[in-house]
Design a protein. Structure first.
Length: 497
């Protein structure tokens, strides 16, 4: 028992781990994809912001350069020229430090004149730019107009974002200004700061999501494990077990209710099957034993020849009973297989009831049963398969005669109102309880098996009756009052061709 519980817990834990792992991998993959998407948008936003910033600063540099008349002004003294260059240097240096970018100005031949890294009081570039010449292709491109681009060559480091604009004095370009942003020192720190914030937020979010996933997975996986265990028991024929119906998930509750209903129906069918097998085995064995015993007695002389006819009559009745039983089972098999097709005709059903009653004349006389209702019926037409309805009427009358006590009454009724034909057969007698009458049309069900009234049936008659009536699109009902009567009534649509 303990080992079974341990195996059950391991199985439940295995299913929980499996589903939780699948969901967790999906969530993590989603977050990783989100990180890449976020990196793309962060990079795009950084480039856009730097483009705007560099262009704005280059505009200021161009205006300052023209305003200070840095280029080729013979009217300026050396002191004025030095002051102008100092002012331009301060502008470049301030912008470079403020934006962590690099700015430098070249002549139209590509020689560096001023840069943001130049020391105060010195011109013609810093140590890095002194005697530095920008490639002709960049100068020619700049002289055609302003441009922004990612450049990585001998002039600029790989991954450098460069904004270039010509400085126009009048109508002629006199110099070129470059604004350079290194992606490694610019984008990477910017991205790292955002990614760090996102990472910590992601960790918190993942913890919350994993906790939620755990409970969600548990609420789904554990009920499925329980249902799997119960259905395994159903497969073994143990239908008494039930699945819990108090899960948090409404769909799982509906599924659990469906499983329990299925188990209930299977249990009923299984009980009916066992009862049927037992009844059929008994009903086949008893008459066959009697038949064999009487025939052996006649053949070996145990039964005197003068009494042979009497016992042969018993054998004949037992053979007829076996024949009826086999016919019932064959009819049931054909009906359920859909092999029986209706051949409806219009005929007098009251005459059919009367003719069927004649086959029970001997038993009716022996029990002194009184038949009532025929004087009020008259001719009643029905449109149906006559042979199948004959079987219905025979089974109902057989039950009525069987359960009617000595000196009891059987009342028959038939009526056609133009739309429906109704037939009822009512007998006095012990009646049927409400609980049993609700199941009386079930296959293999026998009313109160403790009684001795119905010792020769297997519980197929009324099921076949109901099936035949349903095939005619009709309805059959049963009503009873214990200690007084039992009545069966059926009605079938009437349509005159």
């Amino acid at each position: 028992m303990a080992k079974r519980k341990i195996n059950r817990r391991r199985k439940r834990a295995g299913i929980l781990r499996k589903y939780f792992f699948r969901y967790a991998v999906t969530v993590v993959a989603g977050f990783i994809a989100l990180c890449f998407i976020m990196m793309f948008f962060i990079g795009s936003q950084w480039w856009d912001e730097k483009n705007i910033s560099l262009n704005r600063n280059i505009n200021n540099i161009c205006e300052t350069y023209i305003t200070l008349s840095i280029h080729d002004n013979p009217d300026k003294s050396k002191a004025e020229a030095a002051a102008a260059e100092m002012t331009l240097h301060n502008v470049l240096s301030t912008m470079g430090k403020a934006t962590l970018s690099e700015y430098f100005i070249t002549d139209i031949d590509g020689n560096v004149l001023y840069c943001s890294d130049c020391e105060a009081g010195k011109s013609h570039g810093c140590e890095n730019h002194r005697n530095y010449n920008v490639a002709d292709e960049h100068i020619k491109r700049a002289l055609k107009g302003r441009f922004s681009d990612y450049i990585g060559d001998d002039d600029f480091d790989i991954g450098s974002f460069v904004v270039v604009a010509p400085i126009i004095d009048g109508t002629e370009p006199v110099a070129v200004v470059f604004g350079v942003e290194d992606a490694i020192t610019g984008l990477v720190p910017y991205s790292v700061r955002i990614i760090e914030s996102f990472f910590y937020s992601l960790i918190i979010a993942l913890i919350a999501v994993f906790l939620a996933l755990f409970f969600i997975t548990r609420d789904v996986a554990l009920p499925l494990t329980d249902m799997q265990k119960i259905t395994a028991l159903y497969a073994k024929g143990e239908f008494d077990h039930k699945v819990r119906e108090n899960y948090k998930n409404r769909e799982l509750n509906d599924f659990a209710k469906a499983l329990n209903k299925m188990a209930y129906e299977l249990k009923i069918n299984e009980d009916s099957r066992k009862s049927f097998v037992a009844n059929v085995s008994h009903e086949l064995k008893t008459p066959m034993t009697s038949i064999g015993g009487f025939i052996d007695g006649i053949m070996d002389g145990t039964i005197p020849s003068g009494e042979a006819k009497k016992y042969l009559g018993i054998v004949s009745n037992e053979v007829k009973r076996l024949s009826r039983m086999v016919v019932s089972m064959l009819n049931l098999s054909k009906i359920e297989a859909g092999e029986i097709e209706l051949s409806p005709i219009i005929y007098d059903v009251s005459a059919q009831v009367f003719e069927t009653l004649l086959s029970f004349e001997k038993t009716i006389n022996e029990k002194h049963i009184e038949i009532e209702g025929f004087e009020e019926i008259g001719s009643v037409m029905m449109r149906a398969d006559k042979d199948l309805i004959q079987q219905v009427i025979y089974n109902l009358l057989d039950n009525a005669v069987k359960f009617t006590p000595e000196s009891g009454t059987i009342t028959v009724f038939a009526k056609n109102d133009g739309e429906m034909t109704r037939v009822s057969i009512k007998n006095s007698g012990p009646g049927i309880s409400e609980e049993e009458i609700a199941r009386i049309f079930e296959r293999f069900y026998k009313v109160d098996k403790s009684r001795s009234y119905d010792t020769k049936g297997v519980g197929l008659g009324l099921y076949i009756v109901k099936t035949i009536i349903n095939m005619h699109d009709g309805e059959i009902s049963a009503s009873s009052k214990q200690g007084e009567y039992t009545e069966f009534a059926f009605e079938i649509p009437f349509a005159d061709e």
